[in-house]
Ligand binder design. Structure first.
Ligand code: NAD
Length: 464
């Protein structure tokens, strides 16, 4: 959770009160036009200024105290204070938060004093890291989540996973030795869980949903609850707490059916053909409608994801073909002319990390397609790739039950904003699947845990 926010020194006491009104208990970092810290203020400081006779129109620079506690980030890392205005005496005057600044006096973050003491006493859990943001991944035990968590931990981020573990309870053991990971088992629809998991969080990645058309059709009310109501309520909580970045994974299926095979961009008309896609649009709108200077959502419309994961899914087109080609030596195609954008699960994780690392101005309050123009394929083109990699196999074509979705997308906007381009090919993922299958790491790909719809149906049958 962010405990601080910024205002320019020429803003007024009234402007500051307006911010404190939305964020109780925080501190205000007052900056000059070059974003250098010039002072800090609490709500109490504002009240004291009014009592002294300052008008609410008074500029902040007139009331800030120049004597405030701050620490240079390098000195905190080296635990040796020379230029920082921090010493044991400061601790006697009940300072709750301390700005950590760089050599240009820009605020990197604000730490609770208790955290600074922990770091100095080497009790900090995150000792040795460079104070990277603490990332909450809601749905972090899923297909995309587990790969994202693995990558973030390898980059020394601190990660909290909140997940209900619908599909595979064992995936968490993959990370169990990592000290930078905290796991909370819980349901994001539960308001107590929402409040519990958001403590000390800087960035949220929201992946927890009932995912896919069949699963949402099987449990429409649950889909509405998790995919819309939980996203909406949780984003309001994050807005209240000034969470600086909120990354939401939507889907290119919001484009639904485009009869003209255009290359669709983020401004193109939406034409959803499923409950899943319609709820995605509702959630996108809900998120963007509450954006403000302290809550900056980024919406990523993912193509269909492919490739092996720590939590594998064999209910996604590229992965399903790999499963049938290897284990049954045949694949069935219904229709085959439908266009779909695709993206490797590793590139999804790297794309999300690119947003986490990006300058907020470039990604805030924006919707981006996340796939690649080179990864727009017709289903029958994917079948050709699978045949090459897994030969010999039979391909059966039928027109019995066709998926009417048809869309190709452009991803230029994301590439320009973040410098990230999805490059991993379907061929690359098929090589990884072949290795995994040959090593017998997946013995029975038909287990329910590999399919969202099969698991969700099982839950329905058991009435859980
Ligand atoms: N996989 C794709 O092809 C694809 C494509 C487009 C968009 N997306 C989006 O990406 C996100 C992640 O997809 P995925 O493929 O990793 O799905 P997934 O089903 O593997 O992961 C979802 C995770 O969320 C958890 N979860 C579900 N409901 C929960 C709840 N109420 N509380 C807590 N945890 C809950 C599940 O246990 C699971 O671990 C979703 O928002 C999905 O719509 C995925």
């Amino acid at each position: 959770m962010n405990n601080y926010f910024y205002l320019n020194e020429n803003k007024t006491i009234k402007d500051a009160f307006f911010i404190f009104n939305k964020a109780f208990g925080c501190i205000l970092c007052v900056e000059d036009k070059k974003k250098r810290l010039v002072g800090i203020l609490t709500e109490g400081d504002l009240r004291r200024a009014i009592l002294k006779g300052f008008s609410i129109k008074e500029k902040l620079k007139e009331i800030i105290s120049k004597k405030y506690t701050f620490i240079y980030i390098e000195e905190l890392q080296n635990k040796k204070f020379v230029k920082s205005n921090f010493n044991a005496k400061n601790l006697n005057v009940s300072i709750n938060f301390i700005p950590i600044i760089n050599n240009n006096n820009n605020v990197i973050r604000v730490l609770p004093t208790t955290k600074v003491i922990e770091i100095l006493e080497e009790k900090s859990k995150f000792k040795g890291t460079s104070l990277k943001p603490n990332i909450l991944i809601v749905g972090g035990a899923g297909y995309i989540g587990t790969i994202l968590v693995k990558k973030l931990l390898s980059k020394n981020y601190r990660v909290t996973i909140l997940d209900k573990l619908i599909y595979d309870k064992s995936v968490i053991s993959f990370f169990k030795k990592n000290k930078n990971l905290k796991f909370i088992k819980g349901d994001i629809c539960d308001l107590n869980v929402q409040i519990n998991c958001i403590r000390d969080i800087d960035v949220v990645v929201f992946l927890a949903e009932i995912v896919g058309d069949p699963a949402c059709n099987a449990k429409p009310e649950d889909a509405l609850k998790t995919n819309y109501l939980a996203v909406s309520s949780f984003s309001h909580l994050c807005s209240l707490l000034n969470i600086s970045k909120f990354i939401y994974t939507s889907s290119c299926s919001v484009y639904g059916l485009d009869k003209d095979n255009n290359l669709l961009n983020e401004q193109s008309p939406l034409n959803p053909v499923s409950h899943y896609a319609r709820i995605k649009i509702m959630s996108e709108k809900a998120l963007l409608s509450i954006k403000n200077q302290n809550f900056c959502p980024t919406v990523l419309r993912l193509g269909t994801v492919f490739g092996p994961s720590i939590r594998d899914r064999f209910d996604l087109v590229v992965n399903t073909f790999a499963k049938f080609a290897y284990f049954n030596k045949k694949i069935d195609i219904h229709g085959g002319n439908q266009w779909r954008p695709n993206i490797c699960v590793e590139d999804v994780a790297d794309g999300i990390i690119a947003v986490i690392k990006s300058n907020k101005k470039k990604v805030s309050n924006e919707i981006f397609n996340l796939s690649s123009e080179n990864l727009n394929y017709r289903i029958k083109d994917i079948a050709k790739i699978v045949r090459k990699k897994f030969k010999p196999i039979n391909i059966n074509y039928s027109n019995s039950r066709q998926d009417i979705r048809n869309y190709r997308v452009s991803c230029k906007k994301f590439e320009l904003a973040t410098n990230f381009k999805a490059k991993k090919t379907i061929e690359y993922a098929y090589d990884l699947f072949l290795k995994k299958f040959r090593k017998k790491l997946i013995k029975n790909p038909n287990l329910k845990k590999y399919s969202n719809i099969a698991t969700i149906k099982l839950f329905s049958d058991k009435n859980v």
